[in-house]
Design a protein around this ligand. Structure first.
Ligand SMILES: [Zn+2]
Length: 1079
C-alpha cells in the first residue's frame, strides 16, 4: 500500500518521511496557500437543467395560513422549510380530530391548541408551498417537470405502437377482466370488432419480446422475461400461476390466509381467559363462537349482490348504492365488549380490510402490500371524518420487491393533460377516443398509439391496454423524463477507522461482505465504487486502473477538505475490480494498530459529498462513536441517570443543523447517505440520523457491537449488509402522490426531502423503505362514488434506465359513520399514528405524544359508542375491525420509542423512532406487536401445504407470560429477529428431536440455528421457521434463548399485555380507556 499524505490546500511536499518503502508521507507546507484545485468545492457540474416544478394546480395545497407558527429556530439553525401541515379550511385546525377541543378528553389533538400538536410542525423534511429558503438550489438535481403539471407531453403525431418489455399475462382460462365501460354501449362497444386495421402510417408493433396474446402457457411464444429490476427477488413464482392483479401478492403467503374475521380451525384453542378477572370476563365466548351470521367475510354480501358485468367509476352510482352497509351489519362492525372478550387475536396473520368496491374494480385495485389507506371507505366530508375521530392517511411501500411487475415501453406515456395523472384502471373511457381522468375529471384524448393493444395485438382496445389493466405498472421512461443522461450506479463507502472502531472488528465484516458480494452489487458495466476512511484525518484511495496496488492518500486538513485526485477515487468497478479487492483484503489490517481515538466524521462526509456530487449515488457511512473533530463535532447529551426517571425526554432533536444541511446538499446532488452506527457509547443518533433522514437514506444501528463479544449483533450486521449490498436500488428518484380532487395531502412521513408541495426527493430509493402521508378532505366528495390515489416513482435503475413505477388505488366514498368505521384498517391506523407520535415527541414532548396515542383510542371508541351504536350497553365497546386498536396502542406505549419509567438509552429510543417512521407497515406491525407461537407441540392440523412442504400453523398467542409455560418452547417473531424461548422443564422430546441436545442444561448459551435433524419434529419446526423468514426480504436472525440468556430480557419486554412497574397491563389499560369514555 502506498500512502501519500496531503495537507493544507493539497500541496504535496516531496519529502519521504517514513516507514516502509511503500508508504510515502508528505509534510504539509507552511502558511496559507492557494488550492491547487481551484473551484473544487463547486466543481460538481450542474446535474440538472430543469427548473423546479410549480405547484400543480390540481393538487390542492393548503396555504400555510392560520396555522400556528413554526417552531423557533435553534441558534444557528437554517430556517429550514417547515412542514406543509397548515390546517384545512374546513375545520380551522390541521388535525384529523379537529373537534377534539370539544371533548373533555382533548389532549389528543394534532394542533388545535398551541403549543401542542402537529400545528407546530416538526422539524420535518418538508417545504411549504410558499417559496422557502431551502439551501438546495432549485436548479440542482432531478426536478419535477416530468411528473409535474406543466411538462408538456403532447400526443403529437401518431407514434409507433408501444411495446412491452415484460408483461405478466392473465392466466389462460381465467376470465379476462371485462371492459371498463360495458355500461355505455351507446358510445362504445367493446364487443364489436376493432375499428379496422392499424393505421398504415404506424409501423408494425415493436415487441420486445412479443407478448403472447393468450397467456404464458401458449407454446407458440417463449416465456416472458421478468422485469429487469426483479432480478434476484422472488422469481420462483411463475407468471402463469396467478393473474396480474394477484401477482403482487404471490410471494406473501401470509396474505392468502383466511381473513382474520373467520374463526380458526376447529379444535384450536385461542388463548385463555384472564385468571384474575370477573367470571363474566372469563366465560365470554371467543369470537369463533359467535353466531354464524357474523361469520360471513366482511362485505361478502356487497360485491356478490352486484350484478353488473363491469363498470367504470362513472357508472358506479346505482351499483354502489346497493352496497350500503347499513342494511346489514358486516363483521367489521360487529360489536365487541373488549372487557369481556379476551381472545381477540386471530389465529393467523391479520388481513387488511378489503375496500367495499364492486368486485371488478377491486380485482384491479392496488395490492395493500404496496398502497394502503387507514380508512378503506373515504368519508364524504371533513366533518364526517372529524366525527369518526380516526386518522386519514396513506401508507406506501412503493419500491417493494415484486415477484411480477408489468413493464411497458412506450414512446408516449398517456397522462391527463391537466393534472398529469397516469392513465390507470380507474379512469373512465367515454368512448374509444376519449378518457376521463379519475383525479381531476378532465376529458382527455386517447392517443393514436394507445389504440393498439400490444398484449392482444389488436387495434381499438385502449381499455385493454396493460396500463388500464394494472394498478401497479412500470414504464421505461422516454428521454423527456430525463434531466441528464441516466447516471451510473455509484457506491461510496466511508469507514471509521479510529481506534474505537477498529476494536469492534466491524471492518473485517464490512470488507468480507463486500468481497463476497462485489459481483452482486446492482449495476452494469458503468458501476462506480470508491472508499474513504477517516479518523483524525481523511484517507482517500486511488484505485485508478493501471496501478499495481491501491494508493492511499491522506488529507490532514479537515478544516477545508479537498479531493487529492478527483478522477481516480471513484472508479469503474469492472475495470478496477482487482485493485478494489486488494484494498478490501488489506483494509482490516491497515489500521489494526492505530492509536487515533478521534473522529472527523463531518469533514469525511464533506469529502464524500464532493466525490459523489458529479454523479450522485449512494454513500454508506460506518461510524462507531461521537464525532469529535471538525465540523459536525458533537458532545454527549445523555445523562444515564435520567434514562429511567425523566418524565420527559430531552435531546430528541438534533444538536446541530450541520447534518441536516449537508443532507439537503446531498439531496440536491442526488446523493443518499446510509448510516451504520456501531457503538457501545452514546453517539447522538438524533443529530447524526439527520444525514440519512433528509437525503432519503436509512439508519442502521448496532448498539454494543463487537465481533467477538456480541455474536448476535454481528450476525445481524452481516445479514443486514448482505441484503443492503445486493437489494435493488433506484437512483435520482422523485415520488409524487396525487389524489382525487377534493382530497389533500398535508404531511409526509419517511426519509426524504419534500422538494415542492407534493414532490418527494429521493436520491436513492430502496425496496425496504416505507412512507406515510396524512390527508384531509378539502372539498366535499358528495357526487363521488369513488376516489383514487396515485403514487408515481420516477427513478434511474442500476442499469441506467429511467423508469416510472405507478401505483393507483381506488376507494369508495361513504356518507355514514358506520361505513367509515366498517372500513377502518387498524394496522394502517396504528402505523400512521406511530409516525405522527414520533413527530409529536420531537415537537412537543414525549408525554404529549403518549397522551395523544391513548386519546386516539378513547376518542374513536367514544365516537363509535355515541354515533354508531344504536343500543347502549355497559362495557368497553368496539367494532370488530378496531378490536385490536387498544392493544396496538398499548404496545406502542411500551415501545422503546415511547416508553417511560424503563431505562432506555437515548440512542435506542431515537433509533426506534427512526424505524417507526421508515419501516413498511408489514415489518412495523411485527415490531410493535410480535407474533408468539408455542412450538414444542406442533402438529400438521390445519397446516399449509406449499410446494409439497407441510407448514404447521400454530395459533398466535397473546403476548403475556401467562401464555408461557416452563414445559414448553415458544417462538416469538418480532420482524427482524425471531426468538425461540425454551422453558426449563421443556418436553425432552423437543430438546432431543428439534434442538439436538440431551437436556436443558446442555443447551448452549448462544444458538442461532436449528440443527437439521432427521426427525419429524425437526422437519416441522424448521419448516415453520423458514416459512416465517421467507415472508420478508431480509433474513431475521433466530436466537434460541433460555432463562440465563442475555436476550431473555428482549424477549420478555415484548410481553406487552403484562403489567410492568411503570406501565399498565392490557386489562388495566382497557379500564382506563373505558373510564375516560364514560366520563
Ligand atoms: Zn387529471
Amino acid at each position: 500500500m502506498i500512502s501519500v499524505a496531503f495537507d493544507v490546500k493539497g500541496l504535496i511536499l516531496m519529502k519521504v518521511l517514513q516507514c516502509c518503502s511503500l508508504c510515502i508521507f508528505f509534510l504539509p507546507p507552511q502558511g496559507p496557500t492557494q488550492s491547487p484545485f481551484p473551484g473544487l468545492h463547486n466543481a460538481a457540474p450542474p446535474v440538472s437543467y430543469y427548473q423546479s416544478s410549480p405547484v400543480p394546480p390540481t393538487m390542492p395545497v393548503r396555504p400555510p395560513v392560520g396555522g400556528p407558527l413554526p417552531p423557533p429556530l435553534q441558534p444557528g439553525q437554517t430556517p429550514v422549510p417547515s412542514q406543509n401541515s397548515a390546517p384545512p379550511p374546513v375545520s380551522s385546525t390541521n388535525n384529523y380530530y379537529p373537534n377534539a377541543q370539544n371533548l373533555p378528553l382533548s389532549s389528543w389533538n394534532y394542533g388545535p391548541r398551541p403549543p401542542m400538536g402537529m400545528a407546530t410542525p416538526p422539524p420535518g423534511n418538508h417545504v411549504t408551498s410558499s417559496p422557502s429558503p431551502v439551501p438546495t438550489p432549485p436548479s440542482k438535481g432531478i426536478s419535477a417537470p416530468p411528473l409535474g403539471p406543466n411538462a408538456s407531453v403532447s400526443p403529437g403525431p401518431p407514434l409507433p405502437p408501444s411495446s412491452l418489455s415484460s408483461w405478466a399475462q392473465p392466466q389462460p382460462g381465467s376470465v379476462p377482466p371485462p371492459p371498463m365501460n360495458a355500461m355505455s354501449p351507446q358510445t362504445y362497444q367493446p364487443g364489436r370488432p376493432p375499428y379496422g386495421p392499424p393505421p398504415t402510417a404506424a409501423p408494425p408493433p415493436a415487441m420486445r419480446p412479443t407478448p403472447p396474446p393468450t397467456g404464458l402457457q401458449g407454446t407458440a411464444t417463449p416465456p416472458l422475461p421478468m422485469a429487469p429490476q426483479n432480478e434476484g427477488m422472488r422469481q420462483a413464482h411463475t407468471a402463469s400461476n396467478s393473474q396480474v392483479h394477484n401477482s403482487l401478492e404471490s410471494g406473501d403467503r401470509t396474505f392468502t390466509d383466511p381473513p382474520f374475521s373467520q374463526p380458526g380451525p376447529a379444535g384450536r384453542p385461542i388463548g385463555h381467559a384472564y385468571p384474575s378477572l370477573p367470571p363474566g370476563y372469563q366465560n365470554m365466548a371467543p369470537p369463533s363462537n359467535m353466531p354464524p351470521k357474523h361469520l360471513a367475510p366482511p362485505y361478502s354480501s356487497g360485491p356478490a349482490a352486484y350484478q353488473q358485468p363491469a363498470v367504470g367509476p362513472a357508472q358506479l352510482s346505482p351499483s354502489l348504492a346497493g352496497l350500503s352497509l347499513q342494511s346489514q351489519t358486516p363483521d367489521a362492525l360487529r360489536m365487541i365488549n373488549l372487557l369481556q372478550e379476551r381472545n381477540l387475536l386471530p389465529p393467523t396473520a391479520i388481513q387488511p380490510p378489503t375496500p367495499c368496491l364492486p368486485q371488478d374494480l377491486q380485482k384491479l385495485n392496488c395490492s395493500p402490500d404496496v398502497f394502503r389507506s387507514t380508512l378503506t371507505s373515504i368519508p364524504q366530508t371533513q366533518a364526517l371524518l372529524n366525527k369518526a375521530k380516526l386518522p386519514l392517511g396513506l401508507l406506501l411501500h412503493p419500491f417493494k420487491d415484486l415477484s411480477q411487475l408489468p413493464v411497458v415501453t412506450s414512446s408516449t406515456i398517456v397522462r391527463c393533460r391537466s393534472c398529469r395523472t397516469y392513465i390507470n384502471p380507474f379512469v373512465n373511457f367515454l368512448d374509444q377516443r376519449r378518457w376521463k381522468c379519475n383525479l381531476c375529471y378532465r376529458v382527455n384524448d386517447v392517443p393514436e398509439e394507445f389504440m393498439y393493444n400490444p398484449v392482444s395485438r389488436s387495434y381499438g382496445e385502449p381499455h385493454k391496454r396493460p396500463e388500464v389493466q394494472n394498478a401497479t405498472i412500470e414504464f421505461i421512461a422516454p428521454s423527456e423524463y430525463m434531466l441528464r443522461p441516466p447516471q451510473p450506479a455509484a457506491y461510496l463507502f466511508v469507514l471509521d477507522v479510529s481506534h474505537n472502531a477498529v476494536q469492534t472488528g466491524y471492518i473485517d465484516v464490512v470488507c468480507q461482505s463486500l468481497l463476497d458480494n462485489l459481483n452482486a452489487l446492482p449495476g452494469d458495466t458503468r458501476t462506480k465504487i470508491g472508499f474513504i476512511t477517516f479518523d483524525t484525518t481523511i484517507h482517500f484511495y486511488n484505485l485508478q486502473e493501471g496501478l499495481s496496488q491501491p494508493q492511499m492518500l491522506i488529507v490532514s486538513d479537515i478544516e477545508d477538505v479537498f479531493l487529492p485526485t478527483p478522477d481516480s477515487l471513484l472508479v469503474n468497478l469492472n475495470e478496477c475490480k482487482e485493485l478494489v479487492q486488494d484494498l478490501l483484503k488489506s483494509l482490516p489490517q491497515m489500521f489494526s494498530k492505530t492509536m487515533e481515538t478521534h473522529s472527523a466524521l463531518g469533514p469525511a462526509l464533506q469529502a464524500a459529498f464532493k466525490l459523489l456530487s458529479p454523479t450522485g449515488g449512494r454513500m454508506s457511512v460506518f461510524q462507531s462513536q461521537l464525532p469529535t473533530l471538525g465540523v459536525g463535532a458533537l458532545k454527549s447529551r445523555e445523562d444515564p441517570n435520567q434514562r429511567a426517571s425523566a418524565k420527559d425526554i430531552q435531546h430528541l432533536s438534533p444538536a446541530t443543523d450541520f447534518y441536516k444541511k449537508l443532507a439537503l446538499d446531498c439531496s440536491g446532488q442526488q446523493v443518499a447517505v446510509d448510516l451504520f452506527m456501531l457503538s457501545s457509547q452514546y453517539c447522538d443518533l438524533a443529530s447524526l440520523g439527520c444525514i440519512s433522514r433528509y437525503s432519503a437514506g436509512s439508519v442502521y444501528y448496532y448498539p454494543s457491537y463487537h465481533n467477538q463479544h456480541n455474536p448476535a449483533q454481528t450476525e445481524r450486521f452481516q445479514r443486514d449488509l448482505k441484503r443492503y449490498l445486493t437489494r435493488k436500488i433506484g437512483f435520482e428518484a422523485v415520488m409524487r402522490i396525487r389524489c382525487t380532487k377534493g382530497l389533500s395531502i398535508h404531511t409526509f412521513h419517511g426519509n426524504f426531502f419534500v422538494r415542492s408541495t407534493d414532490l418527494l426527493s429521493l436520491p436513492n430509493v430502496n425496496p425496504d423503505a416505507g412512507f406515510a402521508v396524512q390527508m384531509s378532505i378539502e372539498e366535499n366528495l358528495v357526487d363521488m362514488q369513488v376516489v383514487s390515489f396515485q403514487a408515481a416513482l420516477l427513478y434511474t435503475s442500476s442499469k441506467g434506465e429511467r423508469r416510472i413505477r405507478v401505483h393507483t388505488m381506488c376507494l369508495p366514498v361513504v356518507n355514514s359513520l358506520s361505513d367509515i368505521f366498517a372500513g377502518a384498517d387498524v394496522q394502517a391506523i396504528t402505523g400512521l399514528l406511530a409516525s405522527m407520535a414520533v413527530d409529536r415527541s420531537v415537537t412537543a414532548s414525549l408525554s404529549d405524544a403518549r397522551d395523544a396515542m391513548t386519546n386516539a383510542v378513547i376518542d374513536s371508541l367514544a365516537s363509535y359508542r355515541t354515533s354508531v351504536l344504536t343500543i347502549q350497553q355497559p362495557g368497553l365497546l368496539s367494532p370488530s375491525c378496531l378490536r385490536l386498536f387498544p392493544l396496538y396502542i398499548l404496545a406502542l406505549l411500551k415501545q422503546k420509542a415511547f416508553r417511560t419509567g424503563t431505562s432506555t438509552r437515548l440512542d435506542d429510543r431515537v433509533f426506534a423512532m427512526c424505524q417507526l417512521k421508515y419501516q413498511p407497515l408489514a415489518y412495523l406491525m411485527l415490531m410493535i406487536h410480535p407474533a408468539l407461537y408455542r412450538v414444542d407441540d406442533l402438529t400438521d392440523d390445519g397446516a399449509l401445504n406449499i410446494n409439497d412442504h407441510t407448514i404447521p400453523q400454530p395459533c398466535v398467542l397473546q403476548l403475556s407470560v401467562e401464555k408461557l409455560s416452563r414445559e414448553g418452547a415458544f417462538l416469538m417473531d418480532a420482524g427482524t429477529v425471531v426468538y425461540l424461548w425454551v422453558g426449563r422443564n421443556c418436553n425432552p422430546q423437543f430438546l432431543t428431536q428439534v434442538l439436538g441436545v440431551a437436556n436443558y442444561a446442555a443447551l448452549p448459551q448462544t444458538m442461532t440455528q436449528l440443527p437439521e435433524l432427521d426427525t419429524a419434529e425437526s422437519t416441522r419446526t424448521r419448516a415453520f421457521v423458514s416459512w416465517l423468514r421467507e415472508q420478508r426480504p431480509f433474513y431475521p436472525t433466530l436466537h434460541v434463548i433460555k432463562d440465563e440468556s442475555q436476550l431473555k430480557a428482549n424477549f420478555m419486554q415484548n410481553m406487552v399485555e403484562d403489567r410492568t412497574e411503570s406501565a399498565l397491563s392490557y386489562y388495566e389499560f382497557l379500564l382506563h380507556v373505558q373510564q375516560q369514555i364514560s366520563k
